[in-house]
Design a protein around this ligand. Structure first.
Ligand code: HPA
Length: 256
């Protein structure tokens, strides 16, 4: 079967794989058939690409991503973003599960990312630059595309879905944060914390993709509630928020 070029690439985070179920006439390709793609090691990450259309818009949905904490080859983070761009995608939608630093934005909330702070200590553009992909010193002003953010807002409004907005702090993990770190990150201006997304945003902006990103808030950050943090709790809460996130993404993509 011949597939058209995707216009929108979507990366689904932990426990959020359900979004791919909405694809019409899906063609599923396992990451093991895609050179350089990650071999997921984390529960909740399927490791496959689902190609097809959502409301007539050609999409490539990636179920599963590499994380810095997996300690594998960082090419597994670079390759999927650059492959989407090379395949013709213009827009990259990133999703993740995240902890909230705002007491009013609790588990089950969705948060549009309006900016990020990269606390991972890593930037995957370090090394020789491939000028054919993008510039040596890409700008990260408006890393989260203001027009796409407006489309997210309008989609949420029309669906009656509450959509918070905030700054995503990326940490490498895999340990969760200490309460002191969370207090520090709050002071630094973070609204949510998680272990993914910013590397993909940096790679995407470098390659000229426009980025929209949404966090599914799975917990209040460490020290802000009595509930112990665990990956199982993250997956459970992400699945609970996945319904609204699917509906939001489908509406958003139909407007792209
Ligand atoms: N911290 C880091 N990553 C996360 C969290 C958190 O509290 N929740 C979900 N992913």
């Amino acid at each position: 079967m011949k597939l058209g070029a995707p216009r929108v690439g979507v990366v689904l985070g932990s426990g959020l794989g359900a979004v791919a179920d909405a694809i019409e006439d899906p063609v599923v390709v396992g990451y093991d058939e895609l050179p350089g793609f990650p071999r997921p090691t984390v529960a909740g990450h399927a490791g496959r690409a689902v190609l097809g259309a959502i409301a007539g818009v050609p999409v490539a949905v990636l179920q599963g991503r590499a994380h810095l904490y997996e300690g594998g080859h960082v090419e597994a983070l670079r390759v999927p973003v650059r492959a989407l761009r090379a395949a013709g995608a213009e827009i990259l939608v990133l999703t993740n599960a995240a902890g909230s630093l705002r007491p009013s934005v609790g588990p089950g909330s969705l948060m549009a990312i309006i900016d990020h702070i990269n606390m991972t200590g890593v930037n995957l553009l370090v090394g020789p630059n491939d000028d054919a992909i993008g510039p040596r010193f890409p700008s990260l002003r408006d890393a989260y595309d203001p027009e796409l953010l407006e489309v997210l807002r309008a989609s949420a409004r029309d669906l009656g879905i509450a959509l918070a907005e905030g700054v995503y702090m990326a940490v490498s993990g895999p340990s969760f944060e200490t309460p002191a770190e969370i207090r520090a990150y709050t002071t630094l201006g973070a609204d949510a914390v998680g272990m993914s997304t910013v590397q993909e945003t940096i790679l995407a902006r470098h390659a000229g993709l426009r980025v929209a990103a949404v966090s599914a808030i799975t917990n209040l950050a460490e020290g802000m509630s009595d509930e112990p943090l665990s990956h199982e709790q993250t997956l459970r809460a992400a699945q609970e928020g996945a319904g609204d996130l699917s509906r939001l993404l489908l509406e958003f993509i139909s407007r792209c």
